[in-house]
Design a protein around this ligand. Structure first.
Ligand code: ADE
Ligand code: ZN
Length: 407
C-alpha cells in the first residue's frame, strides 16, 4: 500500500479543489461510522410525523414545539446540556416499535447514501424504557429498520449506551429483570437494570441481532466514569465490548478513568486529551491488555471518535478552526471523524468530513489517514479490516483523477 505521506506529495492541495468536486470526492469515499446516536438522527420532519401518528400534541409538555420552525429555532446550543435537553424532549415522540423501525430505516438510507461500509451505532435504552417502552421493542424496531443497510452490504452493529446522569442503581436491579418490560420512571430504569435487560435480550436474540457493546453517554459533568465501574466489569465478563463518552466537556481525568478503570477499548470525543501530554502519549501507544485484544484481535491503540460538527455546535470548539483533530493526528492518536447526532448538528458522515476539510485544511495525506483511522477503530479483526483498507487506499489512489482537472 502506498502511505498517505507518499500521496500527499503527488496530489493537489485540497484548498485548490472546487468545493463541489471535493464534496463529490468525500461523498464517494468509503466510510466508517462509530459514533452515532440513532436518537440523534431523528430529523424534525419525522419527529412531527411520529408525534401526529402517536397523538402527541405539538406544543404540549410531551413535545414542547408547536411547529417545525419552533423546533428548528431550538437547535441553538451553548453546551452539551442545552442540546441534550432538546434531544430528550424530541425523543419522547418515539413510542412504538414501528417508530423505531422508521427512525432506523431513515438512518439506514443515510448509511447507504454516505457510502458507509461499517457502522457501530448507539442507542439509549433508558430514554425509552423509563417511559414504559420495553427494551426489546426498541432493539427489535431498530434492527428491523437497519436491515435495509445490511442488505446493501453495510456491516451494522448496535451499542447500548447507559445514561450517566440516570441512577446507577445496584447489582440487585438485575434480579428478574426482563427485556420485555418497560419502567414507570427513570428511577427504576437504572444502569444496572439496563444491563440486566441487555443481557436478557442477548439470551434470546438471533446472533446477527445481538448487541455488540456497552457505551456511556449523556450529561458528562459531574458524572465520572468510575460511577459505572461495576456495570462495566459485568459487561466485560459477559463478552460485551465497551466504549465511553469522555473528555467532551469533562476533563482528561475522565478519559483516564474510562481507560484504566472501565477498561474501554474506544473513547467517544476525548478531545480534551490534548490538555494532558501523558494521556496523549498513552493514546498514541498500542496496548496489549485482554480487553483491547478482545476488541481488535491484536494489541491496539485506543481510538478517539471525534465529531467535528458536534464539537462546533456544542461550543466545545466555538471557533471550529481551533479544533485539535489534526493535533491529535500529529501526536499519533488514532483519531477519526464521526457525526454524533446528525439531525441536530447539521450533517451526516460526508458532511463531517467536509466540515473538517473546510475548517482545518488538512492535506490529502491527513484526510487519507483520518479515513483509514475510521476503519482501524472499528471493532473488527485485522483480517476483516484488510479489504476495507484496500478499498480506501484504491480510492485515494484515484484521488488525482477525482480531484484534479477543471471544476
Ligand atoms: N447523547 C447524544 N449525543 C451525545 C453527546 N454528544 N454527548 C453525550 N451524550 C450524548
Ligand atoms: Zn456522542
Amino acid at each position: 500500500m502506498s502511505s498517505g505521506a507518499d500521496l500527499a506529495t503527488s496530489y493537489p492541495s485540497l484548498a485548490a479543489v472546487p468545493r463541489a468536486r471535493l464534496a463529490r470526492f468525500l461523498a464517494g469515499m468509503p466510510k466508517t461510522v462509530l459514533h452515532l446516536h440513532l436518537e440523534g438522527s431523528l430529523e424534525p420532519e419525522l419527529a412531527f410525523a411520529l408525534a401526529e401518528r402517536n397523538g402527541v400534541e405539538p406544543g404540549s409538555d410531551a413535545f414542547p414545539y408547536p411547529d417545525l420552525e419552533a423546533l428548528r429555532a431550538a437547535y441553538r446550543f451553548d453546551s452539551l446540556g442545552a442540546f441534550l435537553d432538546v434531544y430528550y424532549a424530541v425523543a419522547g415522540v418515539l413510542r412504538t416499535e414501528q417508530d423505531f423501525v422508521d427512525l432506523a430505516a431513515a438512518y439506514a438510507d443515510q448509511l447507504i447514501a454516505n457510502n458507509v461500509r461499517v457502522a457501530e451505532l448507539f442507542f439509549d435504552p433508558q430514554t425509552h424504557t423509563s417511559r414504559g417502552i420495553a427494551f426489546s421493542t426498541v432493539a427489535q424496531g431498530l434492527w428491523q429498520g437497519l436491515e435495509r443497510a445490511r442488505h446493501a452490504g453495510v456491516r451494522v452493529q448496535l451499542i447500548a449506551s447507559v445514561l450517566r446522569d440516570a441512577p446507577v442503581g445496584t447489582v440487585s436491579d438485575m434480579d428478574g429483570v426482563s427485556a420485555e418490560q418497560g419502567f414507570a420512571t427513570m428511577e427504576e430504569a437504572t444502569g444496572w437494570a439496563t444491563l440486566g435487560q441487555l443481557l436478557d435480550y442477548q439470551s434470546t436474540a438471533a446472533p446477527e441481532r445481538r448487541i455488540i457493546g456497552l457505551g456511556l453517554d449523556s450529561y458528562e459533568k459531574p458524572f465520572p466514569p468510575e460511577l459505572f465501574l461495576g456495570i462495566y466489569e459485568r459487561a466485560h465478563a459477559q463478552g460485551l465490548l465497551t466504549t465511553a463518552h469522555a473528555g467532551e466537556e469533562g476533563p482528561p481525568a475522565y478519559v483516564w478513568t474510562a481507560l484504566r478503570r472501565l477498561k474501554v477499548s474506544r473513547i467517544d470525543h476525548g478531545v480534551r486529551s490534548t490538555e494532558d501530554p501523558r494521556l496523549l502519549e498513552h493514546l498514541a501507544r498500542p496496548h496489549d491488555a485482554a480487553h483491547i485484544v478482545a476488541a481488535y484481535g491484536e494489541p491496539h491503540r485506543v481510538p478517539l471518535t471525534v465529531c467535528p460538527r458536534s464539537n462546533f455546535m456544542l461550543q466545545v470548539f466555538p471557533d471550529p478552526t481551533a479544533s485539535n483533530l489534526l493535533e491529535l493526528l500529529d501526536a499519533g492518536v488514532l483519531a477519526c471523524i464521526h457525526s454524533d447526532d446528525p439531525a441536530y448538528f447539521g450533517g451526516y458522515a460526508t458532511d463531517n468530513y467536509l466540515a473538517a476539510v473546510e475548517w482545518l485544511d488538512p492535506s490529502l495525506a491527513q484526510l487519507h489517514q483520518l479515513a483509514r483511522n475510521g476503519v482501524q477503530s472499528a471493532w473488527l479483526s485485522a483480517a476483516d479490516k484488510a479489504p476495507l483498507l484496500a478499498e480506501l487506499d484504491a480510492y485515494f489512489g484515484e484521488a488525482d483523477a477525482l480531484l484534479g482537472g477543471g471544476g
